[in-house]
Design a protein around this ligand. Sequence first.
Ligand SMILES: [Zn+2]
Length: 431
Amino acid sequence: MDNVFSKERFLTSLNACKSYKSLDATLLAERLSELAEIGRTKQGGISRLVYTAEEKQAKQRLTKWLEELGLVVREDAIGNLLALYEGENPELPVVMTGSHLDTVPNGGAFDGALGVLSSLTAIEGLIKEGKRPKRSIELVVFVDEEGTRFKNGIFGSRVMMGEVTYDDLLRFEDEEGIKLVDAIKEQGLFPEKIKETHYPKENIHAFVELHIEQGKILEENQEKIGIVKGIAGPSWHSFTFVGETDHAGNTPMTHRKDSVAAAAELILAVEQIPPKVSKTAVATVGKMNVHPNGSNVIAGETTITVDARDIDEDLREQMNRQIINAANKIAEKRGLSLEHKTEITIPPVLAPQAIQDAIKHASEALKLPYRYVISGAGHDAMILGKYVPSGMIFVPSVNGKSHSPEEFTHLDDCLDGIAVLKETLYELANQ
Ligand SMILES: [Zn+2]
């Protein structure tokens, strides 16, 4: 299992010439390795789902490190962790930074955990350098970013921004039938006090999250820093073709109303549409339900879901209209009926120029090659970005792998990213 995470592999991915005086590479490697052991699977991945003993242990470990650094740590009513590095003017709105510690099942060591440790290491670096900015810097660990257990992702940030009510909590349970409220209570937390977790947006000056790219663009272009211009919000549309269920042997090819064939035609059409709309648009059919789903039956009903994303909302909607048009034409041509439903639409979020500039200044000062990128995946920064100026720093992912035991980022690249994060936070916190 050479291609999974190990402390040795991580440590040897450090170029000996590379060093940042106030950033401790060995300590970072040790901490990331310690977290990677919590919830480690046989396949070499990590399963650390929300409101489990593993997730709690990871949060406790981090709390210990934060307290050793002299920071005051608090946990809000639903489990978000917050730690304050007090600035010279603590009454000013804070600069917030952080990520998440939960993973997908059998996920990687870097998604979320690297962001949290980067924020910790950046603050530690500032402390070592004796740099206390004007504004306080607040580290945050958002609970349940991945949303695997309750199918309810980017949860902690939505709660913190006041988007979730107690009644909303009652609607969710996991596959074992454990209710979300009970899972929260079991951790010694207080779902009924959900209102107290709302963080007034006027008390946040900016939010910055470091994250692995989860793609190959930086690696392929030998760039170290991705300055995220925006996060492409997803929209989901479902299309159900209704034809006629018939015998696969006795129905001539000329007399069929085959819903699978119609869905297949739409899937191929969906693949062609995004490049005609914009360079950054993407659309995916990852889910298909066939009824009755038998080898010798012409299926009467097939549903597919199209996930369409772009950084520009108008262009995304233009893409959706083209997809809906294509679906209607296919249904008409084949004599099938079509049901179309909009499942979700999440608006894209753009990073304000001032935050992008702060990241750019830091990258230039450190002579690190950077590129402007967009994030196709959702992050807590997407939620914060609706209310407060928010930005993200991406670091390269080896082979673009993520949500897998093979997820890896060279220690060198982690340090470069943290150095940029540190300077970005310092600049923002002195505004
Ligand atoms: Zn993540």
